[in-house]
Design a protein. Structure first.
Length: 311
C-alpha cells in the first residue's frame, strides 16, 4: 500500500452512537491526511456499497460504533466487495458486540467476571438475583442500554424499558470498585487507564461531557493488579480472534481483582479517547496509531477470487 491508495474513512452510520462515530471519523481522517494519505470521509448509510464505488475506495478505515458498524455487518459487506479494512473480521466483531456471547466464549478462559443471568422477553425475573444488579442490553454501546437496579421494582421497570432494545437482557451482579480499561494493539496490552467520573457512574453524560470525568494513565494501581488486567485483556483479544485495536473494560473489586465487563472492537478514536490515550502513554502518538491501524488492513482480501459460478 502506498499513499496514493484511496482510503475511505467510514464514519457516522445508523446507530445511536452516530455522533460519537462522526467525531472519531473526522479525527482519523485528519490524522491520515496529515500523514499524506489520499483519504476521504464516507458517511455510512444504506447506500454504502454505492458510495464506496463512487469514491473508488480501495481500503476502508472503519470508525463506526455500534450496530451496523461494530457488529460485523459492514465488515461482511466489505469482504463481499473485496475492499480491505481495518480491525476485526465479521465473526469476531459480531461475537464481541454481544455481551452475552462474549461472556460465554470467555467462560473457561480464567478471566474473572461478575456472575450473571440472561433474561428473555416473556420470562419471569430469574431466581437468585442479588441486588443491586446491572441490567444491560447485549449490544448496547457507549453505556447506552445500561441500568443499575437496587431492587426488584427498579429491575422490573428497567426490563420494561430495555426490552424495546432487544429480546434479551444481561443481568449482571453489581461490582463496586474502580473502573479501568485496557486497550490491546495487535496483541500488545497498553498501559491501564483508570476512569474516575464525578457522578460516580460512567454513564453517557459522564463519558461525553467535558470535565465530568477524569482519566488517569497509567492508572495508579498496584503493579500486580495492572498486570492482571493487561493479561486478561490480552487473553480476551486472542480468544475472541480480534485484530487491530480493542479495549477491554474492567471493575477492580474490593479484593483487587479486575473483573471483566466487555470488550470493544472499535473503541473511540480521537486524540483524547481512552485507547489513543493509552497508546500515547506507550509512546505511540495519535497520527502514528491511526496510520499503524491502516497498515494492518488485510490487503490480501482484494486478491481473493470470487465465488465460483454454477451452471
Amino acid at each position: 500500500m502506498d499513499k496514493t491508495t484511496r482510503i475511505g474513512v467510514l464514519m457516522g452510520g445508523m446507530s445511536t452512537e452516530r455522533p460519537i462515530s462522526m467525531k472519531s471519523g473526522k479525527a482519523v481522517l485528519a490524522a491520515l491526511q496529515a500523514r499524506g494519505w489520499n483519504a476521504v470521509g464516507v458517511d455510512m448509510g444504506p447506500d454504502l456499497a454505492e458510495l464506496l464505488k463512487a469514491e473508488a475506495i480501495e481500503v476502508a478505515w472503519i470508525a463506526l460504533h455500534g450496530q451496523f458498524g461494530e457488529d460485523g455487518c459492514v465488515q461482511g459487506l466489505l469482504e463481499i466487495l473485496r475492499i480491505p479494512y481495518t480491525g476485526s473480521g465479521p465473526s469476531a466483531s459480531s461475537f464481541a458486540m454481544d455481551k452475552i456471547t462474549t461472556k460465554r466464549l470467555l467462560a473457561d478462559s480464567g478471566i474473572p467476571m461478575p456472575s450473571d443471568h440472561t433474561w428473555r422477553v416473556g420470562d419471569s425475573i430469574p431466581a437468585g438475583i442479588s441486588y443491586p444488579v446491572v441490567a444491560k442490553t447485549p449490544e448496547g454501546g457507549s453505556t447506552l442500554g445500561i441500568q443499575i437496579c437496587s431492587d426488584r421494582h427498579e429491575l422490573t421497570e428497567a426490563l420494561d424499558e430495555l426490552q424495546h432494545m432487544g429480546q434479551e437482557v444481561l443481568l449482571e451482579d453489581f461490582v463496586e470498585g474502580r473502573e479501568i480499561t485496557v486497550a490491546v494493539l495487535d496483541g500488545l496490552s497498553l498501559p491501564v487507564v483508570e476512569i474516575v467520573p464525578d457522578s460516580g457512574f460512567f454513564d453517557f453524560k459522564s463519558k461525553y461531557t467535558e470535565g465530568m470525568t477524569r482519566y488517569l494513565v497509567p492508572a495508579p494501581l498496584d503493579a500486580s493488579i495492572a498486570q492482571a488486567a493487561q493479561k486478561y485483556a490480552g487473553i480476551a483479544y486472542e480468544r475472541m480472534g480480534l485484530k487491530g485495536i480493542s479495549r477491554a473494560d474492567f471493575i477492580v473489586d474490593s479484593e483487587g481483582v479486575p473483573r471483566f465487563l466487555e470488550i470493544n472492537t472499535i473503541p473511540g478514536m480521537t486524540a483524547t479517547s481512552l485507547s489513543p490515550m493509552a497508546a500515547a502513554e506507550h509512546g505511540i502518538p495519535f497520527e502514528e496509531l491511526v496510520e499503524r491501524l491502516l497498515l494492518s488492513a488485510d490487503l490480501e482480501l482484494k486478491n481473493l477470487s470470487g465465488v465460483a459460478k454454477t451452471s
